[in-house]
Write a protein that binds this ligand. Sequence first.
Ligand SMILES: Cc1ncc(COP(=O)(O)O)c(C=O)c1O
Length: 355
Amino acid sequence: MIEQPEHIRAIPGYKPGKSTVDGWDGPIHKLSSNENPYPPLPSVIDAMSESIGHMHRYPNMAAPQLTQMLADRYGVAPGNIAFGGGSVEVAAQLIRAFAGAGDEVMYAWRSFEAYPILTRSAGATAVQVPLTPDLHHDLPAMLAAITERTRVIFICTPNNPTGTVVGHDELHAFIAQVPQRILVVVDEAYVHFQDDPGAARGIDLFREFENVAVLHTFSKAYGLAGLRLGYAVVRDDVMDGLRKVAMPFAVTDIAQAAGVASLNAEAELQARVDTLVAERARVTTALLEAGWPVTPSQANFVWLQLDDRTDTVQAQLASRGIIARPFSGDGIRISIGDPSANDAMLSALGNYTAK
Ligand SMILES: Cc1ncc(COP(=O)(O)O)c(C=O)c1O
């Protein structure tokens, strides 16, 4: 038996979204992982196919074309774009590079399930600051929780799993009060689904503050979750740390080609995002009308705060082939799928009945 060191033993295992349901042989609707329900565009598949022919070579770690396109888009230097195999891998790099044993990594809770895992596997201490009763980041409480050991703060906006956003002005005022030695990571995995004009704009904050990094992904709006492509926009000093801890060759040439093709097909992809945002509004209205405690969301999922009813409602959904993401005792996150999946989900839920 090979013993795990104490800091690894303490890590709760990551639970990926399920994709099967025992005892149900009807259609399955996987609404558990905030994936885009639409498959890659033909132009993106073509670009990936073309790059397959040189898979005997390692990828170009500099990802030059993709880097340049993103740098142009954000008006930053190419040296400010750091890639990883999914933005979760870039988040891991940020933690590994800037926090170690004895250091604290802070984030709101509940938030993205990977934060505690990444923090603890780096040997750092997780500081989880509860969301407000209306499920928003409690920035005053986060400020109050800063200590001399705080090294990294994650702000997940829109927040996974609640779908709530942090206001731009509010986040600006927060960062202005955070000591500059602390890295503030604005995790915008779901930013493309955001239509609240007052919501935080991470890139603007990156331009203004030297201690801000922004995380983006091709997994959600761009529909490339299976390919693993994410990036951070970071300052030179942060990049220097990331380079030291990055997994070499984590971003394949196929992923780079798909990223470039996706940026070239943005109008088509935006139409899909618009559809999902419209579906989010339709689903939210239907759930509210049926009496469900649904939180208004700015992401591609909705959150039902069900507390001790979570397991019962989860079983009800599963019995109709709907795979959602339950957090026992807390609530259920349901991804927005295509209209037929959403209809199936609404029909499985029916009307909310109080206990
Ligand atoms: C808030 C947040 N950040 C980052 C990620 C990681 O996405 P990926 O690694 O697919 O880019 C996710 C995925 O669910 C997420 O919810």
